[in-house]
Design a binder for this molecule. Sequence first.
Ligand code: NAD
Ligand code: TYD
Length: 339
Amino acid sequence: MRILVTGGAGFIGSNFIYYMLKKYPNYRIVCLDKLTYAGNLSTLRKAMEFENFKFIKGDIADRDLVYDLFEKEKFDIVINFAAESHVDRSIEEPEIFLKTNVIGTQVLMDASRKFGVKRFHQVSTDEVYGDLPLDRPDLKFKEDDKLRPSSPYSASKAAADLLVLAYYRTYKLPVTISRCSNNYGPYQFPEKLIPLMIINAMNDKELPVYGTGHNIRDWIYVTDHCEAIDLIIHKGREGEIYNIGGNCEKRNIEVVKTILKELRKPESLIKFVKDRPGHDLRYALDTSKIEKELGWKPKVKFDEGIKKTIKWYQTNKEWWEKIISGEYMEYYERMYGKR
Ligand code: NAD
Ligand code: TYD
């Protein structure tokens, strides 16, 4: 099998590459990544040692580059992780989200059609459904629910999902889509809740909690997401959408307090700051489809996953210390300086 992983220098894509290299030593894996602020080549250092792995720097929206690559590599499967992925950045500057997340997806699908790819898999998010109220724990999103995205990020992902389904219906491109809840684990860029709180707590810096901290996210350890995608690309039905969730809903404040407790740091580090505009209240997914059809279930419990994640950030300081200098510090000042 010849597989293209886009966005593989980012958080989930890199974890997926390591998962696949270990599980399928006979597959050829090519990573195409633009290396934006969120992509880091040092993340793939160990992957570079595998002969069946190749890294290409490039933009998924660059049609000439993408067509050349597809012609050369003759991919069987394309998995599109590449995206602008952070809600707060999409509120500041939406345009690049449309270019990468929508146009980039279209270019990859055009190439997949032209060069006869057998499966195009789109990595999407639970955020396309919008949010749920905090006082209705009985409600969970199902795959055929209406799309009601709230942020420019989630709207761009919803637009891409619709385009993927249109390419299935119109051109019979063999597609699948997965919509996953909030991931955590190694190599996550420290602008996202869990790594940001771990690193700030380790550095005795304030922990900026938006609003009251009562918003709820469903957390999944990243390797459980990788395993679900592996099942979908091999056994999932064409044209289908699969929800992937950790079945682990937590209020943000609970997550932050758990991190402080694990690191033996005081709760006085918590600072409640101005809320995110349009802040989604709660995400929760009904995952019965993937459980019944593909026999998938998340394996890593939150208690275990958060301990592993904290340990990883403690033992891989050189990875994130490089990242939190430069552009990240400017972003941090812009985002949190006057909040
Ligand atoms: P990330 O921001 O860590 O990584 C994104 C990667 O894409 C980076 O390596 C970046 O350099 C690359 N990239 C960005 N624009 C590109 C372009 N134009 N061409 C090529 N490469 C480009 O993101 P992540 O958290 O790993 O998310 C990966 C995917 O999973 C995204 O599609 C995201 O929407 C989806 N997702 C993420 C979560 C989550 O909790 N992180 C949950 C559900 C779905
Ligand atoms: P985030 O990791 O940005 O993921 P998403 O918005 O895609 O779910 O945020 C997770 C939750 O944590 C979200 O409710 C916003 C909140 N949050 C904070 O309270 N403080 C922060 O500094 C960040 C980055 C997020």
